[in-house]
Design a protein around this ligand. Structure first.
Ligand code: B16
Ligand code: MG
Length: 214
């Protein structure tokens, strides 16, 4: 039986990808190159430093580790400025309702995100209190597809991995769920997320009935 739902943040609860994209684009432009929205897809669910390394590779730019740290920090300054202006209506359709439905049904809920800014985002959208545990980039050392973030979430809410369902928009996140022995629901297109037990276009399509049928 399913006892907990573990939610990714960017792409599942909110669309912060547009802000990440704007900030990374500004950084790339400042270094004299640009990248496409299509390339940006590859950054979803990927850590901050790894994202920077991919972008520098696209621009054919080499930077020392110290310089990379500075650039990542600069991007984050711009990103934080953008998300500090986020409003509760930026929650993706149906997301808040579904998390509330889960809780009302007695299920545990946890966040499992690569972002180090997850707390600020949850505060902006008034959802901090809707999660029994918040596991994010500050608490994990291994990035998805490693299952660490979700295994820590399961442990924090006192539930076995096989009693958890992970909601993810990134293929690496679905792979992390599978590696952790959990069920998964892909948020997006079945072409990309076909390994998930179920794929929906957004949490507005989820119901407790569909959840319990997994
Ligand atoms: P930060 P998720 C991920 O969030 C984003 O999808 C990814 O684009 C970003 O680089 C990563 O968080 C780290 O974010 O720079 O705020 O620490 O999908 O795992 O919720
Ligand atoms: Mg995501």
């Amino acid at each position: 039986t399913i006892k907990a739902c573990l939610f990714d943040l960017d792409g599942v609860i909110v669309d912060t990808a547009v802000y990440h994209y704007k900030a990374w684009k500004q950084l790339a432009n400042s270094l004299g190159f640009d990248f496409t929205e299509h390339q940006n897809e590859q950054l979803k669910g990927v850590s901050r430093v790894r994202s920077l390394q991919l972008i520098l590779g696209w621009g054919g730019v080499t930077k020392t580790e110290a310089e990379q740290e500075q650039l990542a920090t600069l991007k984050n300054t711009w990103y934080v400025e953008m998300i500090s202006r986020m409003k509760p209506d930026e929650v993706l359709p149906g997301a808040k309702q579904f998390v509330e439905d889960c809780r009302n049904a007695g299920l545990k809920t946890a966040l499992g995100s690569a972002s180090k800014n997850s707390m600020m985002i949850l505060e902006k959208i008034n959802m901090v209190n809707l999660f029994d545990a918040i596991i994010d980039g500050n608490k994990v050392s291994k990035a998805k597809p490693d299952p660490e973030v979700f295994l820590k979430g399961a442990e924090a809410v006192g539930v076995q991995p096989n009693e958890c369902v992970v909601f993810e928009d990134a293929i690496a996140g679905i792979e992390a769920a599978i590696a952790g022995g959990m069920k998964s629901v892909g948020i997006g297109s079945a072409d990309v997320l076909g390994k998930a037990n179920l794929v929906v276009s957004g949490l507005s399509e989820m119901t407790l009935e569909r959840l319990m049928g997994l």
